[in-house]
Design a protein around this ligand. Structure first.
Ligand code: G4P
Length: 524
């Protein structure tokens, strides 16, 4: 198969949701369809197994949340599907944002009783910024849910995207009858007796007399609802979906494996294959023969016997080959990889070739950073891997004077992994850690101790927000830096950062210094 065919048969996406909406369950059902796993529960139990064998993951186990993101690949109908898993816990939102830079589309899971929740809204903002095509799966129809039209309205206004139902539910909760598939004009009756394996839904057409039997007393309502759908919503247009302007919506129940197959089959048909990737200088087309890719995630310690890391490389163009030299743009060095990993289901294996859309795991002994680009010699840098303005801050201090070096190395590497951001105060040279979630402070402390044999201690600091500043007006910038001397810091790239104490101080600064640009995200 040629490069072009390999690209066209790839779908790389992430499932995102507010915690508990059913992301893990849906992921697992998709893997079941792909034959990648054979019993339900494998993904979850795998998580637990992992945590039991790895110290770091102990945090995850104790808290019952997923700290790490991983990659799960499978084949379905000749299509290579790569699911990039994202941590559900909001303290790890930044990890999720970065993962979203490596996907070509997204499936959003929404709890049919709860509707759009905070985390979904935030993640959708990132998708909108990147014009990522999104599909919505309204889950848990086997429980009493809100009215489908209300939910559709809420998705439209809260997620700020036009919607188009491609399936429509008949009732919910104990009276849930099933889902009418608008896309292919058939009705799937709900059966909840087989939760373990993939079962075929009973399919009926709208004019079949049997349908009345199945959905009584909702026959009339379904017909009314469907005509309302046709009256209210424009016909589905794939171009709008691909442009990130229209979200097709499906209804179902992930745990009952209901509506999942329809979702998967439509997804395979309409979701985009790998898309062009922007760099600082030009746009890279996936069909370009030369290999390019970037590191979007670094995962420490997957193998507890080796305290090393895996860097996740998203292939953007060309064919990645094992044992071939690639140019590591930041260091200017050639590197080759003798045992790059591919991810199938919950397993990883050594791969000889990988194509655009694939994720390759590279063994890393501490050389890579998030955002690093690999090419066949060209000086490229992929853009769009943001680092967000952190919201929680603490001074970090060495708690064991003997281990100064270990601490410095540990902090450095953890920052390269994107666990948090480090700032150095211009006032007193003290190190300040900024994070998006409180949990990261614990993770850092724990990992410094267990991986780097270093001890740290935190001290409180009052900061409302950190923002990167820049100005073409050198005089105003100098004046600002002088006046705000006590609130100035530098990030690890030496860029100027203003640490505003309060939202009021920030607002005032913005008003008084109109020529200064205040940024709330920065690229790595
Ligand atoms: P998440 O990854 O988005 O956090 O959600 P997850 O899949 O873990 O699902 C959260 C809870 O919702 C789980 O229950 C799961 O079984 C349940 N769930 C998922 N899909 C459906 C559905 O279609 N219908 C119903 N009724 N429940 C669903 P749990 O009690 O937290 O965990 P478990 O003990 O069942 O695994």
């Amino acid at each position: 198969m040629g490069l072009k065919e390999e690209i066209l048969r790839r779908r790389t996406f992430a499932i995102i949701s507010h915690p508990d909406a059913g992301k893990t369950t849906l992921t697992e059902k998709l893997l079941l369809f792909g034959g990648a796993i054979h019993v339900a529960g494998a993904v979850k139990s795998n998580k637990i197994r992992k945590t039991a064998t790895s110290d770091f993951m102990e945090i995850e186990r104790q808290r019952g949340i997923s700290v790490a993101t991983s990659v799960m690949g499978f084949e379905y109908g000749g299509i290579k599907v790569n699911i990039l898993d994202t941590p559900g816990h909001e303290d790890f939102a930044e990890d999720t944002y970065r993962t979203l830079t490596a996907v070509d589309s997204v499936i959003i899971v929404i709890d049919g009783a709860k509707g759009v929740e905070t985390q979904t809204r935030k993640l959708m903002n990132v998708c909108r910024m990147r014009k990522t095509p999104v599909m919505v799966f309204v889950n848990k129809l086997d429980r009493p849910c809100r009215d489908p039209f209300d939910l559709l309205d809420e998705i439209e206004t809260e997620l700020k995207i036009a919607v188009r139902p491609l399936s429509f539910p008949v009732s919910s909760g104990p009276a849930f009858k099933g889902v009418y598939n608008i896309y292919d004009g058939s009705f799937s009756a709900f059966t909840s007796n087989d939760r373990q394996t993939v079962s075929e839904a009973v399919k009926l057409s709208l004019d079949s007399p049997q349908l009345d039997e199945y959905i009584r007393p909702y026959t009339r309502k379904l017909r009314d609802d469907l005509s309302l759908v046709e009256g209210v919503y424009e016909p589905f247009e794939r171009e709008l979906y691909l442009a990130g302007e229209l979200a097709p919506v499906f209804f179902g129940s992930a745990i009952n494996n209901f509506g999942v197959k329809e979702l998967l089959e439509t997804f395979i048909e309409i979701a985009p294959s790998p898309r062009p990737s922007p760099t600082e200088t030009r746009t890279v087309e996936p069909t370009e023969p030369k290999m390019t890719g970037f590191v979007f995630k670094i995962h420490a310690n997957m193998d507890p016997n080796h305290r090393d890391r895996i860097a996740f490389l998203k292939i953007c163009s060309g064919t990645f080959e094992r044992n071939r030299n690639y140019f590591h743009v930041r260091s200017g060095k050639q590197m080759k990889f003798s045992s790059p990993n591919a991810f199938m289901a919950e397993k990883k294996s050594i791969v000889d070739f990988a194509y655009p859309g694939d994720i390759v795991g590279l063994h890393d002994t501490g050389n890579f950073k998030i955002g690093d680009t690999f090419t066949e010699g060209e000086n490229l840098k992929f853009t769009g891997i943001p680092s967000f303005s952190p919201e929680l801050f603490r001074y970090i201090e060495n708690a064991d004077p003997q281990k100064f070096k270990q601490l410095a190395k540990g902090i450095d590497q953890l920052m390269d992994e994107g666990v948090a951001q480090l700032f150095t105060s211009r006032l007193n040279g003290r190190k300040i850690i900024g994070t998006v979630g409180a949990l990261q402070f614990e993770v850092i402390q724990y990992r410094l101790e267990h991986e780097y044999n270093a001890l740290c201690r935190y001290e409180p600091i009052q900061i409302y927000k950190a923002c990167w500043i820049e100005s073409d007006n050198a005089e105003q910038l100098a004046d600002f830096m002088k006046r705000k001397h006590t609130n100035m810091a530098v990030d690890k790239h030496g860029r100027n950062v203003y640490l505003a104490d309060t939202s009021y101080a920030l607002q005032l600064a913005q008003e008084k210094f109109p020529d200064i640009r205040f940024y709330f995200t920065s690229e790595f």
